[in-house]
Write a protein that binds this ligand. Structure first.
Ligand SMILES: *[C@@H]1O[C@H](CO)[C@@H](O)[C@H](O)[C@H]1NC(C)=O
Ligand SMILES: *[C@@H]1O[C@H](CO)[C@@H](O)[C@H](O)[C@H]1NC(C)=O
Ligand SMILES: *[C@@H]1O[C@H](CO)[C@@H](O)[C@H](O)[C@H]1NC(C)=O
Length: 295
């Protein structure tokens, strides 16, 4: 039997910290987000299509640090804190941001298109009353790159099994009012894991805004290992040894592949000695559906 806790549950006990300029001020002007549910039938035409990454500024990309670190073959035990303050606003870090909501705790999101942000479904406030959301890329004690408000969000409909298979479907794709990916942030590509070839290799990255470190600065972790990825086959959830706490929920699990970054999952649920990332074919199909509805 597996005992797990939603990462967000921890944050409910932690007071929100605000910094200037406050995302709350930007949120006050945000429109209510339209909830769009996607059925398996709506997702089906877009299955098995990978999405290419984009950097608006490839000459300034932080390529070298990841090229070096993706070759690491081991890391310390999950019990040690391997998160490192990561102030760089260069791509790809420009494409990861802090998500704030008009109610509830903050999360992390990743640009996966010109106006498309991947996060965890559990981050969203109640679906029965209106709420708003703001994405602040590369947030560091305040807005740095120019964020955008959410106008819509895609979530799975009738794809919410319980337990491990439920973590797999803990995804959401937020649509921003502005296509900041084109000029400001760039975006990650996205791919599904090949469990046979890609597990038990300490070459994955994660980034987020951990509440236990104040929630206002990005922390990155490298040399993460995916230890299981076929518990709810195919393709997820991704069980890892990442150090993930509240505030990092929804944050990316990514790979550096020959200079390109690919998102494979979003931080979902924590358990003793391991953390799960949402992933799998439905999420990747939903990206295509979101692109189609909001180019
Ligand atoms: C792109 O380059 C400009 C300088 O030419 C820099 O100011 C900006 O921060 C860069 N953006 C990213 C996302 O790296
Ligand atoms: C997954 O990786 C294995 C081992 O490298 C390979 O044989 C297989 O063809 C791959 N599967 C897919 C779907 O690419
Ligand atoms: C990187 O490029 C090399 C040579 O082009 C290729 O053999 C290899 O499969 C690529 N690796 C990835 C992860 O794409």
């Amino acid at each position: 039997m597996i005992f797990t806790t939603p990462i967000l549950a921890v944050l409910a006990l932690v007071a929100r910290v605000s910094a200037a300029p406050s995302p709350d001020a930007l949120l006050a002007r945000a429109p209510p987000v339209q909830i769009k549910t996607l059925s398996a039938t709506q997702i089906a035409p877009f299955l098995n299509k990978a999405n290419a990454p984009f950097s608006p500024n490839s000459s300034l990309s932080a390529r070298d640090s990841e090229e070096a670190s993706h070759r690491l073959t081991s890391r310390t035990i999950v019990g040690a804190d391997n998160r490192v303050l990561w102030p760089s606003p260069d791509y790809p870090y420009s494409a990861v941001g802090k998500l704030t909501f008009s109610s509830g705790p903050a999360c992390t999101g990743t640009m996966i298109g010109r106006r498309h942000v991947a996060t965890a479904k559990q981050c969203l406030p109640s679906l029965s009353s209106p709420w708003s959301a703001h994405f602040a890329p590369s947030y560091y004690d305040g807005e740095r790159l120019g964020g955008s408000n959410a106008i819509a969000v895609f979530i799975p409909n009738s794809l919410t099994p319980v337990g491990v298979c439920g973590y797999k479907e803990d995804w959401a794709i937020i649509i921003l009012a502005d296509p900041i990916g084109d000029t400001v942030t760039g975006w990650f590509g996205s791919k599904q894991i090949n469990c046979t070839a890609q597990k038990n290799i300490a070459n994955w990255f994660h980034m987020g805004w951990p509440a236990d470190k104040g929630g206002n600065r990005p922390y990155r972790q490298e040399a993460i290992t995916v230890t299981r990825c076929d518990e709810c086959a195919p393709g997820g959830p991704l069980e890892t040894d990442a150090d993930v706490l509240a505030g990092q929920t929804g944050g990316p699990l990514w790979l550096w592949e020959n200079g390109s970054r690919y998102l494979y999952g979003m931080a979902s649920y924590g358990a003793v000695g391991r953390n799960y990332f949402a992933s799998g074919p439905n999420f990747y199909g939903a990206i295509g559906a979101a692109y189609s509805a909001y180019p």
